[in-house]
Design a protein around this ligand. Structure first.
Ligand code: S5P
Length: 364
């Protein structure tokens, strides 16, 4: 497939999803196709690891539900602090939530509840065993979230009955100061009822997401250090479809994987790509990005002797060379290979160099 021999910088120009375009450019600028799977057990360790390994990676993958002490405060909590580190170092946050349920339920799990994943994770993923409509459901939820963030100010216009509450596209931007200006005397022309009240309220929560480049931090602090040569990530949200897994005895069939490809093509403005074990781009206009877990290197200085050992619990490992060079995926996801090392930042650099070399070799 053309994406296999195309440079990330080239693919950044044509990828269908805005966040993929940003990510591919970031990969080129940072010379990194490494994602850290930050599977540590406390919020403190997670933030410390993200800060130390940030320079080597383009994506930080989380499992928020295995972190003890996750602080759910939307402005000052763990998600917001991760988002600040993402701005500082230039990486995207990928919450590995593996959503799988009916559309309505995943919408609520994605945008509400305690974790409010959509607020702080640029990327999340889904298993589409329940059918591809849930992808559309998540896309819709993300689009609504984005509209609310962009307009910042929510205007409720009550025409006759309270149900006609709506979002007003002209509602102003960013940090409006609307303080409930309830002027209820519209003329109601062209409407069924008369306007009984107009209430403008500044949205009650500020997103834990990047403010615009070089602006004052949303929480009123000094401007964040913006990663050199890159502007902020766009205010977009993206989904990866869990198309193939790295485990022994994985039950995902070729038909399931193919259904993921179809669902991705039908939702190009929300689906960025796949968590998969090989390149799934086959149509000429497929511009999807592939992220691949089950990645490990033999210890530094040791020769590679055949297949790498698994973890004894079903996980299987491949080297970056094989995943990027032979199987044609784009980003390797590494957890214990880096976290369990004596010096995670320098081990992350070793993985970054290896994976990047494998990518450069693929271009030749
Ligand atoms: O097929 C998969 C999909 C995922 S998202 N296999 C995986 O291992 N993962 C995740 O990647 C898994 O949940 C874990 O967070 C990470 C792999 O961790 P490691 O320590 O084995 O590198």
């Amino acid at each position: 497939h053309p994406t296999l021999s195309q440079a990330f910088a080239e693919r950044a120009k044509t990828a269908s999803h805005p966040l993929s375009r940003y990510l591919l450019r970031l990969m080129d600028v940072k010379a990194s196709n490494l994602c850290l799977s930050a599977d540590v057990t406390t919020a403190r360790d997670l933030l410390a690891l993200a800060d130390k390994v940030g320079p080597s990676i383009v994506v930080l993958k989380t499992h928020y539900d295995l972190i003890a002490g996750w602080d759910y405060n939307p402005q000052t909590g763990t998600g917001a602090r991760l988002a600040a580190l993402a701005r500082k170092h230039g990486f995207l946050i990928f919450e590995d939530r593996k959503f799988v349920d009916i559309g309505k339920t995943v919408q609520m799990q994605y945008t509400a509840g305690t974790a409010r994943i959509v607020d702080w994770a640029h990327i999340t993923n889904a298993n589409i065993d329940a059918g591809k409509d849930m992808v559309r459901a998540m896309a819709e939820a993300a689009a609504k979230w984005k509209a609310r963030i962009n307009y910042g100010v929510r205007t409720s216009v009550t025409v006759g009955t309270p149900e006609s509450d709506r979002f007003d596209d002209e509602g102003g931007n960013g940090n409006g100061n609307g303080n409930g200006n309830g002027n209820g005397n519209g003329d109601g022309e062209g409407r069924k009822g008369s306007i009984v009240s107009v209430t403008t309220v500044t949205q009650s929560f500020e997103p834990a997401d990047p403010p615009r480049p070089h602006t004052t931090d949303a929480r009123g602090g000094a401007p964040e250090v913006v990663f050199a040569d890159m502007e902020e990530a766009p205010m977009d949200r993206g989904l990866l479809l869990l198309a193939q897994m790295s485990t022994t005895g994985c039950l995902m069939t070729a038909a399931y994987t193919q259904a993921c490809v179809e669902a991705a093509r039908e939702n190009r403005d929300f689906v960025m790509g796949y968590v998969a074990q090989e390149c799934l781009n086959t149509a000429a206009d497929d511009t999807f990005v592939h992220m691949t877990p089950g990645c490990k290197l033999p210890p530094a200085g040791e020769e590679e002797h055949g297949p790498l050992e698994g973890d004894g619990l079903g996980q299987q490992y491949n080297t970056p060379d094989r995943l990027i060079g032979v199987l044609g995926t784009d980003i390797v996801i590494v957890g214990r290979g880096i976290i369990a090392a004596d010096d995670p930042p320098s081990e992350a650099e070793r993985y970054r160099r290896k994976a990047w070399k494998a990518y450069l070799a693929r271009l030749e």
